[in-house]
Design a protein. Sequence first.
Length: 435
Amino acid sequence: MNAKTIHVATSGPLNGTVTIPGSKNSSLALLAATCLADSQVVLEGVPDIYDFRIITQIGKDIGLHMERDSSGDILIDPRYIYNSVIDPGLSSAYRASYYFIGALLAGFGKVTIGFPGGDDFSSRPIDQHVKALRALGAEFTFYTDHYVVSAKQLTGADIYFDTITSGGTINAMLAAVKARGRTYLRNAARDPEVVDTANLLNQMGAKVYGAGTETIRIEGVPYLSGVRYQVIPDRLIAGAFLMSAGITGGTVTVADVIPEHLEACIAKLKEIGLQIECGEQSITAYGASRLKPSRVSTDMYPGFATDLQQPLTALLTQIPGKSIVTDRVYPKRYNHVLQLNRMGADIEIRKDSALIRGGRPLRGAQVHATDVRAGTCLILAGLAAEGETVISGVEHIERGYEDAIGLFRAIGAPVWMRSGDMGQGQFAEDQYNVR
Ligand SMILES: CC(=O)N[C@H]1[C@@H](OP(=O)(O)OP(=O)(O)OC[C@H]2O[C@@H](n3ccc(=O)[nH]c3=O)[C@H](O)[C@@H]2O)O[C@H](CO)[C@@H](O)[C@@H]1O
Ligand SMILES: C=C(OP(=O)(O)O)C(=O)O
């Protein structure tokens, strides 16, 4: 049992600068993409999160040598991969394990893998991955706890995604870079993580054109060479910290970010009444005493990210008036709402929307983080609540944050971690950032 808990006390205005780490979602794609290289790759900025440790395990199983050096860079040697069987347990331990299909299929002709795990907030189909890979020549055989994808020869195809999918776009791109001939990905996701993956592949010698638009063209190449590459900053962590300025009435700068990745978030926070200033690689949010309620619908990039609706919901609970959050990407992604209501919030779920009657005081409570962004949401709510908030489900938060406590403490947040046997009501340790 993971008995760690995060504790949050009532906070005054948070002030200071948070240096934003590398993106979890991009790192997961880039790490798999390195399997396509024919020599060593160095990735900079990969966070030491739970999902990364799972990939390290997968790497050991298949012969993908990975090592973090003293400066934090990941040295990866894909030349000794001898196996393309991904353990079902490890596959299901995080969401993006399916990238190993796209990354290994051209080289091995067959990939055996378990079903994807990840945050469990609703049904998360992979039909578009299957459709795209089938179009490239793959065959799927499904078993109870795993499936086998095989292809004698991957061949370029013209693929239209029926729904915009970031993971599906990346997976198809990985499979297509060494396929024979030309591939079009239409109605492709435009997320920064798609562009980041294309940039890495192109630096390795791939021919991927148009990533970041809705049509991506890929000309297959036989070889890819190793490079040194830096992962993009985590726009989702950055967005949540901008919101922390709003909920505590402080001034928070997020540094080492790409402001263009957060345009929808910035627009929404300005509409609510925060003052936002963008530098070249930083954004500062100034909280204000009178913020306005709002309506927001999530959408695929460049829309307002589904991964930011939870921290935004925490902020909206503290703004008097009626706000409405609608999650169009994952219409049932509201596990955090029950927890917020336990803290005194007044939120009602109606179909795919959360109706927030804001301005109710929050009080500290024992709450559970069911996924990584729910965790961020509860930390923000805890800062605004009267009394101590105790958050369990820390393992979910650690899927996305290498050091959530350290980041919050950098701006003065009264947040700490406890580790112990909750079952017996005893804590073995009470220390900062127990791992
Ligand atoms: C590891 C990673 O990068 N995770 C992110 C990624 O997840 P992930 O890549 O899994 O999400 P997708 O972009 O694929 O999902 C977008 C939408 O497409 C639907 N869909 C997706 C694939 C498919 O085959 N069929 C289908 O119907 C999904 O149900 C969802 O409604 O993007 C999500 C949406 O921005 C984020 O919340 C996740 O943090
Ligand atoms: C949903 C998320 O992650 P994953 O897709 O890895 O479950 C997330 O990062 O918010």
